[in-house]
Design a protein around this ligand. Structure first.
Ligand code: SAH
Length: 353
């Protein structure tokens, strides 16, 4: 059965489904999900992420984590948790980039949270010789209760969102139904949403990601109890934005959402204000969300680029420079991508913020 057939069966049996259910099944259904079946990353895949663009990205994330660990007083045991690690490239560069940090590798226990069995295998292969203490989990429930630094790059954008559209009758949740034998969007009956949204214009879309909020609450609770930190990097926005950001990408191009379901990646922009807000319920430090450009510049991406170039031939020099530019240029990933950090109450502001 294809994913499309699976969704149609679900709708025929139970009625229209939410965008969140459509997204969850499209991406992570154990049999039909995109991440279970496809090869998402790199030139031959559908999209490219920062760690796949430049080794410097994972190296600097590693340096950031090592500096937070040092701020904690270099404890003998620290858990590094990566959520949604893709091919494991970030972690590979992280490990190589921090090998000279005194005592860090010995203290470090790595936990990879990956829902896709296929990607877990790819990660295991890519990290085979990197570090002796790496564990895999399909969700966060089996993570040990100990001091942890969480990393998530392009993880939150893959979490299922609900969409609501403002109509003359009020806010209506957007659903997926079948029309003329094909999957089609429809609207549910009006519901009431919190008063803060009362001034939205007709036609506006409001997005909500309850799974992201639950995960942020879980991370914040763990940081409150065990100390530690979290670094969340993704494309997204700050403040109230009434926009439909659901997007499908295939072969590095935007793709109609209802076409080739299951063989295109489906994501939504991340609402960083809501992520920060979820953490405010806990006794933790929440840093102001900054752009990826400012974060990477503050961590020394230019210096690292120069030092890589020193030992490179002309073609490599050009590749290294253009990869760095792609990560930090305002009109490429520099401004669209944002970085949020949360730390334990007793830590000072982390590097870059
Ligand atoms: N961080 C990687 C990959 C980003 S793609 C990079 O930057 O290259 C999103 C990743 O999150 C994939 O590894 C996908 O399988 C994983 N993922 C998506 N939803 C998940 C979930 N609910 N739980 C755990 N992993 C998930």
């Amino acid at each position: 059965m294809s994913l499309e057939e699976h969704l149609k069966k679900l709708i025929t049996n139970n009625g229209p489904i939410t965008i969140a259910q459509f997204m969850a099944d499209s991406l992570t259904h154990p049999e039909h999900g995109y991440y279970q079946k496809q090869k998402p990353f790199g030139k031959e895949g559908d999209f490219t992420t920062s760690p796949e663009i430049s080794q410097i990205f994972g190296e600097l994330v590693g340096i950031w984590c090592a500096s937070v660990w040092q701020q904690m007083g270099s404890p003998a045991n620290i858990s590094i948790v990566e959520l949604g690690p893709g091919r494991g490239t970030l972690m590979k560069d992280f490990i190589r980039g921090t090998k000279h940090v005194n005592g860090f590798h010995k203290a470090m226990e790595i936990h990879m949270v990956e829902v896709s069995r296929q990607l877990q295998q790819v990660q295991q292969k890519n990290l085979k010789e990197s570090h002796g203490n790496i564990h895999w989990h399909s969700d966060m429930t089996s993570l040990p209760a100990k001091t942890s630094i969480f990393i998530a790059n392009e993880f939150f954008d893959a979490l299922p969102i609900h969409q609501y559209e403002k109509t003359t009758k009020g806010w209506c949740e957007k659903l997926m139904d079948i029309a003329d034998g094909k999957l089609a969007f429809t609207l549910a009956s009006p519901i009431s949403l919190p008063g803060e949204h009362k001034n939205a214009a007709n036609g506006n879309t409001l997005e909500a990601c309850p799974t992201a909020i639950t995960i942020m609450q879980d991370i914040s609770a763990r940081i409150e109890m065990e100390n530690g930190a979290a670094l969340i990097i993704d494309y997204g926005y700050i403040g109230k934005v009434y926009k439909d950001t659901l997007q499908a990408v295939k072969n590095h191009k935007y793709h109609p959402i209802l076409e080739d379901i299951g063989s295109a990646d489906i994501t939504a922009h991340v609402n960083f204000s809501e992520l920060s807000k979820a953490a405010t319920e806990y006794d933790v430090n929440i840093c102001n969300t900054i752009t990826q450009r400012d974060f990477l510049l503050a961590l020394g991406i230019e210096l690292r680029t120069q030092s890589l170039i020193k030992n490179a031939n002309d073609k490599q020099k050009q590749q290294i420079t253009s990869a760095t530019e792609r990560l930090i240029n305002a009109d490429e990933m520099g401004n669209l991508f944002k970085v949020l950090a949360i730390t334990g109450k007793n830590l000072t502001t982390p590097a870059g913020f």
